[in-house]
Design a protein around this ligand. Structure first.
Ligand code: PEP
Ligand code: MG
Length: 323
């Protein structure tokens, strides 16, 4: 089966009825770009940059060290898009043991909140990313945004980092796009605030499910309640895709749902045209796309989004497989 999938590497990612679908890879370190290229990814949809900071006993990579890593990823992807997510430290990804003292790490000072509280750290990462942008097609993705002022402050700091680079005479791509992770229900429920400020959106279903259902994503005692098909979760995803497209900006899903072939048709039916996943899943998802007919899937998906009973939803999602 692997061999058969391997043959799809160079096959265009298009539905049966001719709609092109973008398939991106999630990576943790630049070396993972090799697997992404091997799987025929159109680019990197999520570079979890915090992995450069983890497992270093609390020491932090310098701007130059980060620049080398981001540049490596940009070069390895040979002009394909590389979406670098700014630091998502805290909660399930602590910088060091000291971070475990947060009362409720998932709701605490993590990700963009942490970056805005540590401007020097954030600026050095932004400068490193911007400097790497001349070596490929780099985009910046901001995690865990909920408030308009966070978006505005993050954008202001990107401008500040650009100004510092100009002063230092260091080049960067002035057209670098900036996007938001939609992974807090409040963000999915205030999309106009996001689409008017952002160049693209990426739905982080892992956290979106956690925060919508109030289920700690790393607590096995409540793992049985972590349901991607809960109608509330599906509504938030569908709303985000629709609002992004209405505003004319790209929307991806970069959470685990994007790499689950059992959910590929559901996401296609919701209008999703960009999937970002672990490279190991990419060809299986492509195979599902090649066998999918949007003309058949979309009307069924509209019904699923109107359904209220979880069992009916699960059955209908399974039935999409048979179309
Ligand atoms: C997500 O929350 O869905 C996501 C893609 O980011 P992470 O899993 O790194 O929190
Ligand atoms: Mg997340």
């Amino acid at each position: 089966a692997r061999k058969k999938l391997q043959k799809l590497k160079k096959t265009a990612s298009v539905t049966k009825d001719g709609t092109a679908i973008t398939l991106l890879a999630n990576i943790e370190l630049p070396e993972d770009c090799e697997a992404a290229m091997e799987a025929g990814a159109h680019g990197v949809g999520l570079f979890r940059s915090e992995f450069l900071f983890m497992g270093r006993a609390g020491s932090i990579p310098s701007e130059d060290e980060q620049f080398e890593q981001y540049r490596k990823a940009a070069e390895m992807m040979k002009g394909r898009v590389v979406t670098i997510r700014t630091l998502d430290l805290g909660a399930d990804k602590p910088l060091d043991q000291a971070d475990h003292t947060a009362l409720n790490p998932a709701l605490g000072l993590r990700a963009i909140r942490y970056c805005l509280a540590e401007p020097q750290l954030f600026l050095s990462q932004l400068r490193a990313i911007l400097r790497a942008s001349v070596y490929g097609k780099v985009r910046i993705l901001i995690p865990m945004l909920a408030h308009a002022f966070e978006i505005d402050q993050a954008l202001a700091m990107i401008e500040q980092a650009k100004g510092q680079l100009r002063e230092a005479g260091l080049p960067y791509d002035a057209t670098v796009e900036v996007g938001a992770m939609i992974e807090i229900p409040a963000a999915a429920l205030s999309l106009p605030m996001f689409v008017k400020r952002m160049d693209f959106l990426s739905i982080g279903t892992n956290d979106l499910i956690q925060y919508t259902l109030a289920i700690d994503r790393v607590d096995y005692e409540v793992a049985h309640l972590y349901n991607p098909l809960h109608p509330a979760v599906l509504q938030l995803i569908a709303m985000t895709i629709a609002a992004g497209h209405k505003a004319g900006i790209d929307v991806a899903v970069c959470g685990e749902m994007a790499g689950d072939v059992k959910l590929t048709r559901l996401l296609l039916g919701m209008g999703l045209r960009e999937f970002s996943m672990h490279p190991a899943q990419l060809l299986a998802v492509k195979q599902e796309i090649l066998n999918s007919d949007l003309g058949l899937i979309m009307p069924q998906t509209r019904k699923i989004l109107r359904a209220v009973e979880p069992n009916a939803i699960a059955d209908a999602v399974q039935a999409l497989q048979a179309l």
